[in-house]
Design a protein around this ligand. Sequence first.
Ligand SMILES: [Zn+2]
Length: 277
Amino acid sequence: MEKFLETLKAGFVSHAYIFLGPDERVEKQAKLLARTVNCENVELSPCGFCDNCRKILNGIHPDVMEISAEGASIKIDQVRNLIQSFAEKPLEASRKVYIIHEAHKMTPEAQNALLKTLEEPASQSTAVLLTDNLKLLLSTVISRCQVLDFSSASRMNPLCVETRQKIAGMVLEMAKNPEIDPGSMARQIAEFGEEPEQVLDFLSSLYRDILAVKTKSRVSAINADLSDVIYRCATHITEKSAVKALGSVFYQARAVKSRGNQNLIWYNLLIELQEVV
Ligand SMILES: [Zn+2]
């Protein structure tokens, strides 16, 4: 998370995020994002005492909007209202932030309505979709967002180039050959000796990139250096499978804390991936 805040402070703010995790936790992170990008004290951001910070903390900032389900779902009209104000300039903040609670409760129509905005975003707006259930979001929506997992204390440290290439190669092998032995692959991953959280972070970014290719999204790849392997994976994996694979990776990321045996983590994950891709 610290690294993510550093990225925001440096001005690299994406136009759309999915924050994955329990609503209360991801809501806090979304508000933290809103304060970090709008804080008036650059050195201290988010300072917590400037006008922007205070209004966001009190839930009364005119440029930070939140929507949540009315009844069982988030309806298309709610999303349309949101989209309308997307294009308008912020009143007080430098960037508008839209927080969609339980984004998986958007009806498919509502998600489709949001899609165009995610594809052609206003430069001064950022949408943050909060969810703990990625599988209920359209793959086209997921592929246009940067997905950050707050469900476990996942770290964002990058793996070395060689390990990334090897893991990407394994994902490709698995996509090409459904008969492959998950046991031997699990041992190979364990032998890298990397932190499971880092490997899972990387795997989720990889499947997100594959999904972006599948849905012809114009958002930039997270693993641009691996675009060759990503494109080859995309020819073997369906859009639906990529979403399911992403779900499996996140599921294992949550389970990772409670399990001691690394081999078992990788074995379970690979078995699941084998079923979905
Ligand atoms: Zn501030």
